[in-house]
Design a protein around this ligand. Structure first.
Ligand SMILES: *Cc1c(COP(=O)(O)O)cnc(C)c1O
Length: 488
């Protein structure tokens, strides 16, 4: 077999000190002509010498920031197959559209008549998200997926209260995203864990046994965090509804089902979307996100206010009635993220959104089939947008999932999600997304095959990886809790 081409290879990784350690007395980025007016005294605080500014040339500054940028990995530099995160490439045209000055610089307190364009964008985005989910009423306020979940739980509580029904618990499958039980608990509900069946999806009997009239409803992630479609969702929703509960759909994985699944027809009452996953906002760096919440007609009156509405040819903010759960975000939410989503949806069109989902699923299914002989599949059934392998075979060589992930960094890839979902031992969860082409996916597969060969032939190499990076194996917990920001 020919040698695997590794995109990361090795090469130049520049060291870079702080700007303060870098410059030199008298270096400067530009020279201005001598003054032809009489000199005047500057206030002392503005004089160089009082302030500790580094003195640097233009090339010092350009190299500094360019080098720092190259220490980072992003979806613009390579494949980022992080399961449950949808790290797809985001077309630059959407960034440009979101930066349109009239929209990006609009003051949030301008009266409705002066921001008709912004209100129209918000109104239309609400209707597009309603069309994509099948749920007609939408708030754009929540700032992230988990924030959408919390808003959804507030709506659950408000609805139950309006019917004088007291409910204390909520069903959460073991394949739900970790934010689900946290959001429910924050809202005062006690999460009741539900085990998924041997096929990795929910079984109707488990819901039948757990659902009672003290339970507010269920939170279902579909496709679930194993990348599997919950095929029994309609039967499950019927059981929950029959006992007076509501169904929350975690729609963060919408990238797998756009234009294919209608959540309402699946029995879902409330669902959030992650615009910073599916709809063209880069994410992962802690920047702003948006988790719009879509609800059924019956629950519309509980939505946060205000929402954009249309009266004839004019758009305005509607402040809702007394049933609203109130505001969950200042002003209109994270508008820049909403603008990107709007631009993405408009530039793609309905047919292409559907095609994006089909390709996302096809790419994951392709990886699953190509790697099934290399790594054991956690659940051998058709996958959606991501596929999950276990570490059963790696264990034989005393190599861990973490070792494989670290070795992938040496080879130029961001590692996939590992050790999640918790129901799979040593899980390796790969989500290629629709934006990777077949040639790049083939290369990723070849690299992973090589790493698994190395696990058998040279396990010590894997245990020491990464070897070609700027820093070696970090203590991740310590790195997150006590970050070293001084550059050494
Ligand atoms: C990412 C994700 C969330 C949480 O979204 P945040 O924006 O990170 O709060 C919730 N559920 C699922 C299934 C997810 O993938």
């Amino acid at each position: 077999m020919s040698e695997v081409i590794i995109p990361g290879a090795s090469g130049i990784i520049q060291n870079e000190p702080l700007l303060w350690e870098k410059g030199g007395k008298g270096r400067r980025g530009m020279c201005v002509p001598g003054s032809d007016v009489p000199a005047a005294e500057l206030p002392a605080a503005l004089c160089r010498g009082e302030l500790d500014f580094p003195e640097l040339s233009e090339v010092d500054v350009v190299r500094h920031y360019t080098r720092l940028s190259q220490w980072n990995f992003g979806v613009d530099s390579g494949m980022y197959p992080l399961g449950s995160c949808t790290m797809k490439y985001n077309p630059k045209i959407n960034e440009k559209a979101a930066a349109t000055p009239a929209l990006a610089a609009a003051h949030p307190m301008l009266p409705d008549e002066l921001v008709q364009g912004s209100l129209q964008v918000m109104y239309e985005l609400q209707s597009y998200l309603a069309a994509i989910t099948g749920l007609p009423a939408v708030t754009l306020q929540p700032a992230a997926g988990a924030h959408g979940e919390l808003t959804g739980m507030l709506i659950f509580a408000a609805w139950h209260k309006s019917r004088n029904s007291r409910r204390t618990k909520i069903l959460i499958p073991d394949t739900a995203h970790g934010t689900n039980p946290a959001s429910a608990a924050l809202c005062g509900y006690k999460p009741v864990p539900i085990r998924s069946g041997p096929e990795g999806i929910l079984e109707v009997a488990a819901i039948e046994a757990a659902m009672d009239e003290e339970t507010a409803g269920i939170m279902i992630t579909n496709p679930n965090t194993l990348g599997l479609f919950e095929t029994r969702i309609r039967e499950i929703a019927a059981i929950v509804h029959a006992k007076g509960g509501l169904v929350y759909g975690d729609g963060a994985n919408m990238n797998a089902i756009m234009g294919i699944i209608d959540a309402r027809r699946c029995g879902v009452d409330v669902l959030h979307l992650n615009l910073h996953k599916t709809f063209s906002t880069p994410h992962g760096g802690g920047g702003p996100g948006a988790g719009p919440l879509c609800v059924s007609e019956e629950l519309a009156r509980f939505l946060p206010a205000p929402r954009a509405v249309r009266d004839g040819d004019l758009y305005r903010l509607d402040w809702g009635g007394s049933d609203s759960v109130g505001r969950v975000h200042a002003f209109h939410g994270n508008v820049s993220v909403l603008l990107r989503a709007y631009a993405y949806i408009r530039s793609m069109g309905a047919e292409n959104l559907k095609k994006a989902s089909q390709l996302a699923v096809l790419n994951a299914a392709y990886i699953k089939e190509r790697l099934r002989g290399t790594l054991p599949l956690a659940y051998d059934r058709p996958c959606m947008h991501e596929c999950v392998f276990s570490d059963a075979q790696l264990q034989e060589h005393k190599v861990t999932t973490l070792d494989v992930a670290k070795r992938l960094i040496d080879c130029g890839y961001h590692p996939p999600t590992i050790y999640f979902p918790l129901v799979v031992h040593g899980a390796i969860m790969i989500e290629p997304t629709e934006t990777e082409c077949k040639a790049d996916i083939d290369q990723f597969i070849a690299v992973l095959e090589q790493i698994v060969r190395e696990a058998a032939e040279n396990p010590e190499l894997l245990r020491q990886a990464p070897l070609r990076t700027k820093v070696r194996r970090l203590d991740e917990t310590l790195a997150a809790r006590q970050p070293c920001l001084c550059g050494s």
